[in-house]
Write a protein that binds this ligand. Structure first.
Ligand code: AHR
Length: 512
């Protein structure tokens, strides 16, 4: 029997105007996350016996891949892990550090890596640390001591202890999270909104008394469908408003029922979540007659579901078992691309975001313990956004063919964001073609960019939406620069391939 492949080309049009600006993108929008979880630290960033390991035991191959991503900030040490963590366990001579039960992930934590080592590693990869404090089993006292240990120059108990431990210079950590997902019953020391708000308020106060230059992120809801969502945010802001700088959001998506058109539309849910949290922040601002605006820290976001079943089989109480090792496919890369587009489009209020996570644990970078490191499919949209998405986000006006799914109606086939880098005289358009049946005829009216030409049109696509990269086949899903985009006198045209992530880079005065 003859198999007939149906191709249905869709259409989309975008208008961009140089002066219609959403806002300046904070580079910290391209943050990531390293938790003491699974093989993220041990066998991920740190593996003393590995052929590429440096004098501190950090894997050189992983350092190179992380540097490639240019992630300006990395959240640490959790996640759920932080809510049972004693940071003092991870300092001083390694031989004297305790092995502890980690109740969050039911593993053994050897504490070979702690705050000093992580700060050293972050410097090696060219990133800042975003440090979380434990508000599960601990409180203001341990948090203020940690700020003193990390940031106070010298002449006090904890700053001198850091110096004794081989770090004469302060780590200078500017960004701090007041706990993690404290609304979740799975969290060690979970709290009601009022209990958390009071703990965060008092902790914030003393942390800033130790170092007034730090910035603080309070916990918002763990996800939008938490029963306490919205009331939680309102209560937390009510009590902490004058002490904090950012409110957190977390979101993970999965394609459990293998409904890809619906899965690819999930970024619309992310948009709605962001808009709702902004509304709550501004409601509290109005109520308080405050001049201060609270910005958002979307400090956990990703696709996470592939590893859920296999994680149930993992033997408890071992060191660094393989946990949350999602192997990402082509369609995951498309949704990650759309989630990045959502973040860029609300970069007026989302100032920090962390792809969760960075190595081995729901991560763009995978390693084999004792073996190679490689890039997952999701590495590429993150890389492109982080490298080319710096500057000012412009407001794209999009008219696109649309589709309906189980959970969404009027889903545009074209998802897009535009970033103007005035200094470099470059314009970058990020675009996802959600059409699984064919290409997308894409035209753009680029007002104010009449003298810009297309430098390159990067495309990430694969015929098989389930295609993955592995240690044995690391280049199965990789981007090419073979896209068709052209720009003549400010009129852009391209055929975006079926199910593709696209980066169209334009530069002033450029012609091929
Ligand atoms: O990133 C994995 C986990 O997801 C984090 O530890 C937790 O904060 C969230 O639930």
């Amino acid at each position: 029997m003859e198999v007939v492949c149906m191709t249905v080309v869709r259409k989309a049009q975008m208008t961009l105007e140089k002066d219609f600006r959403i806002g300046d993108i904070d580079p910290r929008l391209y943050g990531t996350f390293v938790e003491h979880l699974g093989r993220s630290i041990y066998g991920g960033i740190y593996e003393p016996g590995h052929p590429t390991a440096d004098e501190q035991g950090f894997r050189g191959d992983v350092i190179s891949l992380v540097r490639e991503l240019k992630t300006p900030v990395i959240r640490y040490p959790g996640g759920n892990f932080v809510s049972g963590y004693n940071w003092e366990d991870g300092i001083g001579p390694k031989a004297e550090r305790p092995r502890r039960l980690d109740l969050a992930w039911r593993t053994i934590e050897p504490n070979e890596v702690g705050v000093d080592e992580f700060a050293d590693w972050a410097r090696k990869v060219g990133s800042e640390v975003m440090m979380a404090v434990n508000l599960g089993t601990r409180g203001p006292d341990e948090a203020r001591n940690l700020v003193e240990y990390c940031n106070h120059p010298s002449g006090s108990y904890f700053s001198d202890l850091r110096i004794k431990n081989g770090h004469p210079q302060p780590h200078g950590i500017k960004l701090w999270c007041l706990g993690n997902e404290m609304d979740g019953p799975w969290q060690i020391g979970a709290k009601t909104a009022y209990e958390y708000a009071r703990a965060a308020q008092e902790t914030a106060k003393v942390m800033k008394w130790v170092d007034p230059t730090i910035e603080l992120v309070a916990c918002g809801s763990s996800h939008k469908s938490m029963p306490t969502f919205a009331d939680w945010e309102a209560m937390v802001l009510e009590l902490t408003y004058e002490h904090i700088d950012y409110l957190s959001l977390h979101t993970y998506f999965g394609n459990r029922d293998n409904d890809t058109p619906n899965f690819l539309a999930r970024s619309l849910e992310m948009d709605e979540f962001i808009n709702s949290v902004i509304a709550i922040c501004d409601y509290v601002k109005a109520k308080k007659r405050s001049k201060k605006t609270i910005h958002l820290s979307f400090d956990e976001w990703n696709v996470w579901y592939h590893s859920n079943e296999q994680d149930k089989q993992v033997e408890p109480w071992t060191v660094a078992p393989p946990l949350l090792e999602d192997v990402y496919n082509m369609e995951d890369a498309l949704l990650v691309g759309s989630m990045l587009i959502s973040l860029i489009r609300r970069s007026d209020r989302v100032k920090i975001a962390c792809l969760a996570q960075l190595v081995n644990v729901i991560a763009p970078i995978m390693t084999k313990t004792g073996g190679p490191a490689w890039r997952q499919t999701t590495f590429f949209p993150f890389l492109h956004a982080s490298v080319f998405g710096r500057g000012t986000a412009l407001l794209p006006i999009i008219k696109s063919d649309k589709y309906d799914t189980k959970d969404f109606s009027d889903v545009p086939y074209l998802d897009a964001a535009a970033v103007y880098n005035e200094e470099q005289e470059e314009l970058t358009i990020f675009a996802v073609n959600r059409n699984l049946e064919g290409g997308l005829e894409f035209t753009g009216d680029l007002r104010g960019f009449e003298d810009y030409g297309v430098v390159e049109h990067i495309v990430l696509t694969h015929d098989d939406l389930k295609a993955v990269n592995t240690a044995d086949n690391p280049d199965n899903v990789v981007p090419t620069t073979g896209g068709s985009a052209e720009a003549v006198s400010g009129q852009l045209s391209a055929l975006l391939p079926k199910q593709s992530w696209n980066v169209i880079r334009l530069k002033k005065g450029y012609s091929r």
